[in-house]
Design a protein around this ligand. Structure first.
Ligand code: PLP
Length: 422
């Protein structure tokens, strides 16, 4: 079937897309479960849960109805100062009990990039308030993705996302993704008394789906603790069940000081993120009469978004979708593993979370810059929606409700699409 076309390019400037890209957009109109359909009448399986967010699946009336009820009652009000709303209060309470190492204070944001920006500002402000103004350096890992705000762009370990802006934030440094000695060396080089925080994703997501080396995260936590460095864990992708636990931190046995969540928090029904700060990291901000962290967003604690999040968490619990994530994680190696080393595929990365990368062949990628786009389109023609990482892998991270037969259909579509490229 033909791709939808428009008479002239769309006025919509798509993220990560050339402003005057010649091809017409794929306009999606309806979705149910893990199936999405387009304006030109085609139906697809969604291999990526949108942009990693749709844990509950599409078309969940329970979530939409909860948001609607809140929207018509009081859609939003400021939560600055002592203002609040019932949904935000309930959601903060619930999150505080869900993350390992609590109780937590929860500061709401509009999404993941806001969360990273908040956490980096917090880390610097924390040390200033404690009387250590020289403690400003924030370390992050190569291959990492921390959103697109100024701090997250500066921390990014994906070179293409970081290049071309000059220094956006002073006092940052990258360390190797999985090498604990490199983290130790960077701290020694900088001087531990200058390091404010270390920021990491438990499983690198947009940087290509890289699961941590055994013991790396616990070792990183221990290194941070031994120097008093704030251990900031970005769970925008891995949080809310994708690793089979509410937070991947629990699965990997780590207790962050700050924890960042978004995406699966509402399954994308409305935009919402959160930064969790535990008692240990509350420092001067947690003390009676202590300092105020002068930070927040217009939509921090947005009432309808919080109501959607509460209904989404209920949905994930009621439908045992954390177990669903474990089931998907267990099936992906068997469904995709056979692709490795054949045709255009070099390797397949899987691990203990419902996410994987089908890595295209490095030599072919060097020879043909259009390979990743062609791969995405070929898989789409075979009925599966995915996207390519900058590092040349295809993202597989279905909704946590994907059934075994839907997973098999996704794998078959990926296999069929990629084999058509030969
Ligand atoms: N952190 C991580 C690990 C992410 O993967 C993302 C987005 O993909 C972000 C932060 C930014 O989130 P948002 O796009 O909601 O701002």
């Amino acid at each position: 079937m033909s791709t939808a076309t428009t008479a002239r390019p769309s006025a919509h400037w798509h993220p990560f897309q050339h402003m005057s890209a010649p091809q017409a957009p794929l306009v999606l109109t309806d979705a149910e479960g893990v199936r999405v359909s387009s304006a030109d009448g085609r139906s697809f399986l969604d291999a990526t849960a949108g942009l990693w967010f749709c844990h509950a699946g599409y078309g969940r009336r329970e979530i939409a109805d909860a948001a609607h009820t809140q929207l018509v009652r009081m859609h939003a009000y400021s939560t600055f100062g002592d203002y609040s709303n019932e949904s935000a209060e309930r959601l903060a309470e619930r999150l505080s009990g869900m993350a390992p190492g609590g109780p937590w204070k929860v500061l709401f944001t509009s999404g993941g990039s806001d969360g990273v920006e908040t956490a980096v500002k917090y880390a610097r402000r924390y040390w200033q308030a404690l009387g250590w103004p020289e403690r400003t350096v924030v370390l992050s890992r190569r291959d990492s993705y921390h959103g697109m705000h100024t701090a997250g762009t500066q921390l990014a370990g994906i070179p293409g996302n970081r290049a071309g802006y000059g220094p956006l934030l002073t006092d940052t440094a990258l360390v190797s993704r999985d090498d604990i000695d490199d983290l130790r060396a960077a701290i020694e080089r900088t001087g531990p008394e200058r390091v404010a925080a270390f920021v990491c994703e438990p499983v690198v997501g947009a940087g290509g789906v890289h699961f941590p080396a055994p013991g790396y995260l616990k070792a990183a936590e221990a290194v941070c603790r031994s120097h008093g460095i704030l251990f900031v864990v970005d769970e925008v992708v891995t949080g809310m069940g994708r690793a089979g636990t509410w937070f991947a931190s629990e699965k990997y046995g780590i207790e962050p000081d700050l924890l960042i969540g978004a995406k699966g928090l509402t399954s994308g029904y409305l935009p919402l993120g959160a930064v969790l700060v535990n008692e240990r990291a509350a420092g001067p901000f947690g003390e009676a009469g202590g300092e105020v962290f002068r930070h927040g967003y217009t939509y921090s604690g947005h009432a309808a978004a919080a109501a959607a999040a509460l209904a989404n968490l209920d949905y994930l619990s009621d439908h045992a979708l954390l177990a669903g994530a474990d089931r998907i994680a267990a099936r992906l190696p068997e469904l995709l593993g056979g692709l490795a080393g054949s045709g255009v595929v070099q390797s397949v990365r899987t691990g203990p979370a419902a996410m994987a990368a089908v890595q295209l062949n490095a030599w072919l990628l060097r020879k043909d810059a259009s390979l990743t786009t062609r791969a995405v389109h070929a898989v789409r023609a075979a009925g599966v929606l995915t996207r390519a990482f900058a590092s040349g892998g295809l993202q597989i991270s279905p909704a946590l409700c994907a059934t075994d037969s839907e997973l098999e259909e996704i794998a078959a579509g990926v296999r069929k699409g990629l084999s058509s490229l030969l």
